[in-house]
Design a protein around this ligand. Structure first.
Ligand code: HEC
Ligand code: HEC
Length: 374
């Protein structure tokens, strides 16, 4: 199995330039006084701080899982799994199969930490263009990026940590973080809100608007192949994809129920996943629980840039390939689970020809997929 995290961390360290100590190893970089000269722009300092936090495995408890473990730049800023996998402390979780050995996932086991892995219950979305969305998560329960970043750290099935008790003391005791917070915010405060703000500012840089489709829209008619151009015609016409994936953002920022297979079942809880219809709105203080049957099993309409790199697809990772997604939509989505969620009226059998499906696929996998950001 893979162990991306150390790679990512050192990758982040190298690209940071100003970082002098990463993963216990001394990096070649500017001295602190040179560093001050290099990093003078607060916005850039915020981005650098956010990047450092995003790839810091010490934010989890026990350490070993960073945001970047699940949102991996090398895997389209997701994790390549149908559903995300986080950690749960051995002392909390125990050994589930009763063999006296903690259930390790191999890529986490190399850290030697005594924890088991646990599914998050939903697919890990890409970070690409997540700054576009006013509401994040598949059910829209969080606000924008600087708000969303507060939650994974304390999710018992993600990073299992605690900002106040665990993370802030680590940041305060670190040789680099206090200076980085100062450069970013101009004060000696280190808080969860500021950390999340910095992470959100960094995530907003993971923005892609230079796909072949974007170049084509800007007037470069050679940017997409003839097949991709034909696929765009299907996307706009017989496929009616733009009803929800509205151009040019490719999302109307709404929520819809496509009848995705097992859309109902949340693998973590083994219960129905009602999505937007039963969300707890975390932007309210205290959070407000919604139960609106008309919205059951609606999930966020994803923006589709870089979709060639961000599988598996849908809120529960039901489809591994774009072929499966196109086939599913051509058939008119899944069953209407009446009583537990009404399928969107726009999801009907499309009757696309084999050529149209193939062109649509080229549009998605090539036209919408540009150069990765790492
Ligand atoms: C254990 C894997 C895991 C870790 C660690 C993790 N995430 Fe996520 N992330 C997920 C999953 C799964 C979702 C979808 C959850 C949902 O919709 O209910 C998600 C959703 C998101 C989203 C919403 C994207 C969208 O389009 O709606 C953002 C942004 C995000 N995570 C950023 C972060 C940040 C920042 C951190 C670290 C503070 C982090 N994640 C840590 C798995 C992870
Ligand atoms: C009624 C609104 C609607 C229409 C029409 C629609 N989509 Fe979507 N699309 C969504 C929603 C909502 C999701 C997520 C559903 C879920 O996870 O349960 C989605 C998911 C996807 C995904 C998976 C993306 C990911 O990151 O997981 C792809 C690819 C996609 N749609 C392409 C298309 C194409 C191509 C068409 C036209 C043939 C189309 N969609 C038509 C609303 C729509």
């Amino acid at each position: 199995m893979r162990n991306r995290h150390p790679d990512l961390f050192s990758l982040a360290c190298i690209s940071l330039l100003s970082v002098v100590s990463c993963g216990g190893e001394v990096q070649i970089g500017p001295t602190p006084s040179e560093e001050k000269a290099v990093v003078s722009d607060p916005q850039q300092s915020k981005i650098d701080l956010g990047r450092r936090l995003m790839f810091d495995g010490r934010l989890s408890r026990p350490s070993g899982v960073a945001c970047g473990t699940c949102h991996d730049p090398l895997i389209g800023w997701g994790d390549g799994r149908p559903q995300g996998k986080g950690i749960q402390d051995h002392s909390l979780a125990g050994d589930t199969d009763g063999d006296g050995v903690v259930d390790h996932d191999s890529h986490l086991a190399v850290t030697g930490a005594r924890f088991k892995t646990i599914l998050t219950g939903r697919n890990t979305p890409t970070i690409y263009n997540s700054h576009l969305f006013p509401n994040l998560f598949w059910d829209g329960r969080a606000g924008g990026l600087g708000h969303q970043a507060l939650f994974p750290v304390e999710g018992f099935n993600e990073m299992n940590s605690n900002w106040i008790a665990h993370v802030i003391p680590i940041l305060k005791g670190d040789p680099d973080y206090p200076g980085m917070f100062f450069d970013a915010f101009g004060s000696s405060q280190i808080t969860d809100i500021l950390a999340a703000d910095a992470i959100g500012t960094y995530e907003a840089t993971i923005s892609v608007f230079d796909t072949p489709y974007d170049k084509y829209l800007a007037g470069d008619l050679t940017a997409m192949s003839a097949e991709a151009i034909a696929g765009l015609t299907v996307f706009r016409g017989s496929g009616a994809c733009v009803t929800c994936h509205a151009e040019p953002m490719l999302s109307n920022f709404g929520f819809a129920n496509l009848g995705v297979p097992s859309a109902g079942v949340n693998a973590l809880e083994g219960t129905l996943d009602y999505g937007f219809g039963k969300r707890t709105d975390l932007t309210q203080n205290p959070p407000v629980a919604f139960d609106t049957p008309g919205d059951y099993m609606k999930f966020k309409v994803p923006q589709l840039r870089m979709v060639g790199l961000t599988g598996p697809y849908m809120h529960n990772g039901a489809f591994h390939t774009l072929e499966e997604v196109v086939e599913f939509l051509d058939q008119g989505g899944g069953p209407d689970l009446s009583g537990t969620g009404t399928k969107d009226p726009a999801i009907v059998p499309l009757g696309l020809t084999a050529q149209e499906k193939s062109d649509l696929l080229v549009f998605l996998s090539e036209g919408l997929t540009g150069n990765p950001i790492d």
